[in-house]
Ligand binder design. Structure first.
Ligand code: NAD
Length: 264
Protein backbone atom coordinates (compact mmCIF):
# COMPACT_ATOMS: atom_id res chain seq x y z
CA UNK A 1 0.00 0.00 0.00
CA UNK A 2 1.50 3.33 -1.03
CA UNK A 3 1.30 6.27 1.35
CA UNK A 4 -1.25 8.31 -0.66
CA UNK A 5 -2.91 5.48 -2.54
CA UNK A 6 -5.84 6.85 -4.63
CA UNK A 7 -5.85 10.16 -2.71
CA UNK A 8 -7.23 12.97 -4.87
CA UNK A 9 -4.85 15.92 -4.56
CA UNK A 10 -4.77 19.49 -5.88
CA UNK A 11 -1.41 21.31 -5.65
CA UNK A 12 -1.05 24.97 -6.62
CA UNK A 13 2.21 26.32 -8.03
CA UNK A 14 3.19 22.78 -8.95
CA UNK A 15 4.95 23.58 -12.22
CA UNK A 16 8.21 24.37 -10.41
CA UNK A 17 10.17 24.07 -7.18
CA UNK A 18 8.45 22.76 -4.03
CA UNK A 19 5.11 22.25 -5.78
CA UNK A 20 6.60 20.23 -8.65
CA UNK A 21 8.70 18.09 -6.28
CA UNK A 22 5.56 17.44 -4.21
CA UNK A 23 3.53 16.51 -7.29
CA UNK A 24 6.20 13.97 -8.31
CA UNK A 25 6.52 12.60 -4.79
CA UNK A 26 2.74 12.37 -4.18
CA UNK A 27 2.12 10.68 -7.54
CA UNK A 28 4.89 8.17 -6.85
CA UNK A 29 3.03 7.36 -3.60
CA UNK A 30 -0.17 6.61 -5.49
CA UNK A 31 -1.94 10.00 -5.42
CA UNK A 32 -4.03 11.22 -8.34
CA UNK A 33 -2.70 14.74 -8.76
CA UNK A 34 -3.98 17.95 -10.32
CA UNK A 35 -1.23 20.48 -10.92
CA UNK A 36 -2.49 24.07 -10.98
CA UNK A 37 -0.20 26.84 -12.11
CA UNK A 38 -0.09 29.99 -14.18
CA UNK A 39 2.70 28.52 -16.34
CA UNK A 40 1.10 26.09 -18.75
CA UNK A 41 4.30 24.95 -20.52
CA UNK A 42 6.15 24.05 -17.33
CA UNK A 43 3.02 22.46 -15.85
CA UNK A 44 2.52 20.27 -18.92
CA UNK A 45 6.15 19.15 -18.62
CA UNK A 46 5.66 17.97 -15.02
CA UNK A 47 2.45 16.16 -16.04
CA UNK A 48 4.29 14.34 -18.84
CA UNK A 49 7.11 13.41 -16.46
CA UNK A 50 4.68 11.95 -13.90
CA UNK A 51 2.71 10.07 -16.54
CA UNK A 52 5.94 8.65 -17.98
CA UNK A 53 6.62 7.22 -14.52
CA UNK A 54 3.14 5.59 -14.59
CA UNK A 55 1.60 8.16 -12.24
CA UNK A 56 -1.63 10.12 -12.68
CA UNK A 57 -1.42 13.87 -13.20
CA UNK A 58 -3.51 16.57 -14.86
CA UNK A 59 -2.87 20.25 -15.46
CA UNK A 60 -5.14 23.22 -14.77
CA UNK A 61 -4.12 26.74 -15.64
CA UNK A 62 -5.05 29.23 -12.93
CA UNK A 63 -3.86 32.64 -11.77
CA UNK A 64 -3.80 32.62 -7.99
CA UNK A 65 -4.00 36.41 -7.81
CA UNK A 66 -7.62 36.08 -9.01
CA UNK A 67 -9.93 34.84 -6.27
CA UNK A 68 -12.66 33.69 -8.65
CA UNK A 69 -10.05 31.73 -10.63
CA UNK A 70 -9.04 29.99 -7.37
CA UNK A 71 -12.62 28.93 -6.73
CA UNK A 72 -13.01 27.73 -10.32
CA UNK A 73 -9.72 25.82 -10.06
CA UNK A 74 -11.01 23.85 -7.05
CA UNK A 75 -14.32 23.04 -8.76
CA UNK A 76 -12.48 21.96 -11.95
CA UNK A 77 -10.08 19.77 -9.96
CA UNK A 78 -13.03 18.13 -8.19
CA UNK A 79 -14.69 17.48 -11.56
CA UNK A 80 -11.45 16.01 -12.90
CA UNK A 81 -10.73 13.74 -9.91
CA UNK A 82 -14.29 12.94 -8.82
CA UNK A 83 -13.74 14.56 -5.40
CA UNK A 84 -10.92 15.94 -3.29
CA UNK A 85 -8.92 14.58 -0.34
CA UNK A 86 -6.00 17.02 -0.18
CA UNK A 87 -5.73 20.72 -1.07
CA UNK A 88 -2.12 21.94 -1.06
CA UNK A 89 -1.97 25.76 -1.23
CA UNK A 90 1.59 26.41 -2.30
CA UNK A 91 1.71 29.57 -4.45
CA UNK A 92 2.94 32.97 -3.40
CA UNK A 93 3.80 35.32 -6.23
CA UNK A 94 6.89 37.24 -5.09
CA UNK A 95 7.12 40.97 -5.64
CA UNK A 96 10.18 41.94 -7.63
CA UNK A 97 10.26 45.65 -6.89
CA UNK A 98 11.69 46.74 -3.58
CA UNK A 99 12.37 50.08 -2.00
CA UNK A 100 14.18 50.99 1.22
CA UNK A 101 11.91 50.43 4.20
CA UNK A 102 11.35 54.13 4.86
CA UNK A 103 9.79 57.11 3.14
CA UNK A 104 6.88 56.91 0.76
CA UNK A 105 6.30 53.37 -0.35
CA UNK A 106 3.41 52.67 -2.68
CA UNK A 107 1.48 49.42 -2.99
CA UNK A 108 3.05 48.92 -6.41
CA UNK A 109 6.61 49.39 -5.08
CA UNK A 110 6.27 46.32 -2.93
CA UNK A 111 3.83 44.29 -5.03
CA UNK A 112 1.41 44.36 -2.11
CA UNK A 113 -1.76 43.34 -3.97
CA UNK A 114 -0.37 40.40 -5.95
CA UNK A 115 1.55 39.02 -2.97
CA UNK A 116 -1.40 39.17 -0.58
CA UNK A 117 -3.82 37.94 -3.25
CA UNK A 118 -1.77 34.89 -4.19
CA UNK A 119 -0.24 34.18 -0.79
CA UNK A 120 -3.23 34.67 1.51
CA UNK A 121 -6.53 35.47 -0.27
CA UNK A 122 -5.99 32.45 -2.54
CA UNK A 123 -5.48 30.16 0.46
CA UNK A 124 -8.77 31.39 1.91
CA UNK A 125 -10.73 31.22 -1.38
CA UNK A 126 -9.44 27.78 -2.41
CA UNK A 127 -9.82 26.34 1.10
CA UNK A 128 -13.40 27.55 1.53
CA UNK A 129 -14.39 26.25 -1.91
CA UNK A 130 -12.80 22.89 -1.09
CA UNK A 131 -14.50 22.43 2.32
CA UNK A 132 -17.61 20.48 1.21
CA UNK A 133 -15.51 18.08 -0.87
CA UNK A 134 -12.85 17.62 1.82
CA UNK A 135 -15.60 16.98 4.37
CA UNK A 136 -17.12 14.38 2.05
CA UNK A 137 -13.70 12.69 1.80
CA UNK A 138 -13.89 11.96 5.56
CA UNK A 139 -10.13 12.59 5.96
CA UNK A 140 -9.71 15.93 4.23
CA UNK A 141 -6.42 17.81 4.44
CA UNK A 142 -5.54 21.45 3.81
CA UNK A 143 -1.82 22.01 3.60
CA UNK A 144 -0.24 25.41 2.91
CA UNK A 145 3.27 26.71 2.36
CA UNK A 146 4.30 29.47 4.71
CA UNK A 147 7.85 30.75 5.17
CA UNK A 148 10.27 31.61 7.94
CA UNK A 149 10.07 35.08 6.38
CA UNK A 150 6.96 36.53 7.96
CA UNK A 151 5.92 33.53 10.01
CA UNK A 152 9.06 33.79 12.19
CA UNK A 153 10.63 37.22 11.51
CA UNK A 154 10.02 40.42 9.54
CA UNK A 155 11.20 40.24 5.96
CA UNK A 156 12.14 42.97 3.52
CA UNK A 157 8.93 42.48 1.52
CA UNK A 158 6.02 43.70 3.68
CA UNK A 159 3.38 41.90 1.60
CA UNK A 160 5.30 38.63 1.79
CA UNK A 161 5.77 39.00 5.57
CA UNK A 162 2.07 39.72 6.03
CA UNK A 163 0.91 36.91 3.75
CA UNK A 164 3.16 34.30 5.35
CA UNK A 165 2.27 35.34 8.90
CA UNK A 166 -1.37 35.33 7.81
CA UNK A 167 -1.14 31.75 6.55
CA UNK A 168 -0.16 30.62 10.06
CA UNK A 169 -3.17 32.37 11.61
CA UNK A 170 -5.52 31.12 8.92
CA UNK A 171 -4.21 27.56 9.33
CA UNK A 172 -5.09 27.69 13.03
CA UNK A 173 -8.56 29.02 12.25
CA UNK A 174 -9.13 26.32 9.63
CA UNK A 175 -7.96 23.58 12.01
CA UNK A 176 -10.23 24.79 14.80
CA UNK A 177 -13.32 25.29 12.69
CA UNK A 178 -12.99 22.39 10.25
CA UNK A 179 -11.71 19.76 12.69
CA UNK A 180 -15.27 18.80 13.63
CA UNK A 181 -15.85 18.03 9.94
CA UNK A 182 -12.84 15.70 9.83
CA UNK A 183 -10.57 18.16 8.03
CA UNK A 184 -7.00 18.78 9.20
CA UNK A 185 -5.08 21.96 8.35
CA UNK A 186 -1.33 22.48 8.70
CA UNK A 187 1.34 24.65 7.15
CA UNK A 188 5.01 24.19 6.42
CA UNK A 189 7.51 26.92 7.23
CA UNK A 190 10.48 26.52 4.88
CA UNK A 191 13.78 28.33 5.28
CA UNK A 192 15.99 28.73 2.21
CA UNK A 193 15.07 26.07 -0.34
CA UNK A 194 17.00 25.57 -3.56
CA UNK A 195 14.40 26.28 -6.26
CA UNK A 196 14.32 28.40 -9.43
CA UNK A 197 13.19 31.24 -7.17
CA UNK A 198 16.81 31.77 -6.19
CA UNK A 199 18.78 31.02 -9.33
CA UNK A 200 18.57 29.77 -12.87
CA UNK A 201 19.80 26.21 -13.51
CA UNK A 202 23.60 26.18 -13.51
CA UNK A 203 23.83 29.77 -12.26
CA UNK A 204 25.01 30.83 -8.79
CA UNK A 205 22.61 31.82 -6.01
CA UNK A 206 21.48 35.42 -5.67
CA UNK A 207 23.40 37.41 -3.00
CA UNK A 208 20.36 37.15 -0.69
CA UNK A 209 20.36 33.37 -0.96
CA UNK A 210 24.12 33.22 -0.32
CA UNK A 211 23.63 35.17 2.91
CA UNK A 212 20.80 32.88 3.97
CA UNK A 213 23.05 29.86 3.51
CA UNK A 214 25.64 31.50 5.78
CA UNK A 215 22.97 31.99 8.46
CA UNK A 216 21.72 28.40 8.28
CA UNK A 217 23.32 26.10 10.89
CA UNK A 218 23.27 23.14 8.51
CA UNK A 219 25.27 25.32 6.09
CA UNK A 220 23.23 24.72 2.97
CA UNK A 221 19.86 25.34 1.35
CA UNK A 222 17.20 22.66 1.65
CA UNK A 223 15.98 20.85 -1.43
CA UNK A 224 12.46 20.91 -2.83
CA UNK A 225 12.43 17.12 -2.38
CA UNK A 226 13.07 17.50 1.37
CA UNK A 227 10.07 19.81 1.66
CA UNK A 228 8.01 17.42 -0.47
CA UNK A 229 8.71 14.64 2.05
CA UNK A 230 7.30 16.78 4.87
CA UNK A 231 4.31 17.63 2.66
CA UNK A 232 3.80 13.92 2.01
CA UNK A 233 3.75 13.16 5.73
CA UNK A 234 1.30 15.99 6.45
CA UNK A 235 -0.96 15.00 3.53
CA UNK A 236 -1.01 11.33 4.47
CA UNK A 237 -2.86 9.46 7.20
CA UNK A 238 0.48 9.09 9.02
CA UNK A 239 -0.13 12.57 10.47
CA UNK A 240 -3.78 11.86 11.32
CA UNK A 241 -3.67 13.55 14.77
CA UNK A 242 -1.68 16.62 13.70
CA UNK A 243 -3.67 19.76 12.91
CA UNK A 244 -3.34 23.54 13.33
CA UNK A 245 0.46 23.37 13.25
CA UNK A 246 3.12 25.43 11.50
CA UNK A 247 6.14 23.20 11.08
CA UNK A 248 9.54 24.66 10.22
CA UNK A 249 11.82 22.96 7.72
CA UNK A 250 14.74 25.34 7.70
CA UNK A 251 18.06 23.64 8.50
CA UNK A 252 17.95 25.31 11.92
CA UNK A 253 17.74 28.82 10.46
CA UNK A 254 15.32 30.15 13.08
CA UNK A 255 17.05 28.71 16.13
CA UNK A 256 20.50 29.57 14.98
CA UNK A 257 20.34 32.98 13.39
CA UNK A 258 24.04 33.46 14.14
CA UNK A 259 23.39 35.75 17.10
CA UNK A 260 26.91 35.13 18.36
CA UNK A 261 28.41 36.56 15.18
CA UNK A 262 26.68 39.87 15.82
CA UNK A 263 27.53 40.17 19.52
CA UNK A 264 31.11 38.85 19.52
N1 NAD B 1 12.32 28.62 -2.21
C1 NAD B 1 12.40 29.09 -0.96
O1 NAD B 1 13.49 29.39 -0.42
C2 NAD B 1 11.14 29.27 -0.14
C3 NAD B 1 11.27 29.54 1.24
C4 NAD B 1 10.14 29.71 2.00
C5 NAD B 1 8.89 29.60 1.42
N2 NAD B 1 8.78 29.34 0.10
C6 NAD B 1 7.43 29.26 -0.46
O2 NAD B 1 7.27 28.04 -1.16
C7 NAD B 1 6.30 28.21 -2.20
C8 NAD B 1 6.87 27.69 -3.50
O3 NAD B 1 8.07 28.39 -3.79
P1 NAD B 1 9.20 27.82 -4.77
O4 NAD B 1 10.49 28.27 -4.23
O5 NAD B 1 8.96 26.39 -5.02
O6 NAD B 1 8.90 28.72 -6.06
P2 NAD B 1 9.12 28.49 -7.63
O7 NAD B 1 9.36 29.84 -8.16
O8 NAD B 1 10.08 27.39 -7.92
O9 NAD B 1 7.65 27.99 -8.09
C9 NAD B 1 6.54 28.79 -7.93
C10 NAD B 1 5.45 28.33 -8.89
O10 NAD B 1 4.30 29.17 -8.68
C11 NAD B 1 3.79 29.56 -9.94
N3 NAD B 1 3.10 30.84 -9.81
C12 NAD B 1 3.65 32.06 -9.56
N4 NAD B 1 2.69 32.99 -9.55
C13 NAD B 1 1.52 32.36 -9.77
C14 NAD B 1 0.18 32.79 -9.88
N5 NAD B 1 -0.16 34.09 -9.76
N6 NAD B 1 -0.79 31.87 -10.12
C15 NAD B 1 -0.47 30.56 -10.25
N7 NAD B 1 0.79 30.09 -10.18
C16 NAD B 1 1.77 30.98 -9.94
C17 NAD B 1 5.01 29.66 -10.83
O11 NAD B 1 4.64 29.56 -12.21
C18 NAD B 1 5.84 28.47 -10.36
O12 NAD B 1 5.50 27.29 -11.06
C19 NAD B 1 5.94 29.69 -2.21
O13 NAD B 1 4.77 29.91 -1.45
C20 NAD B 1 7.12 30.34 -1.49
O14 NAD B 1 6.78 31.56 -0.89
C21 NAD B 1 9.86 29.18 -0.71
Amino acid sequence: MRRLDQKRVLITGAASGIGAASARCFAAEGARVVIADINEDLGAEIVREIQAASGEAHFLQADMTDREACRRMVRDAVACLGGLDVLFNNVTAMSTTRRPSSGDISDEDVGWNATLASGLDAVWAASMTAVPYLAESGKGVILSTGSVAGARFAYSSPGYSAAKAGVVGLTRWLAKNLGPRGIRANCMIPGLIDTPRWHRPGQPYTPTARNWVKMTPLGRAGTAEEVAKLALFLASDESSFITGQDIAIDGGFCVGMRFEEVVT
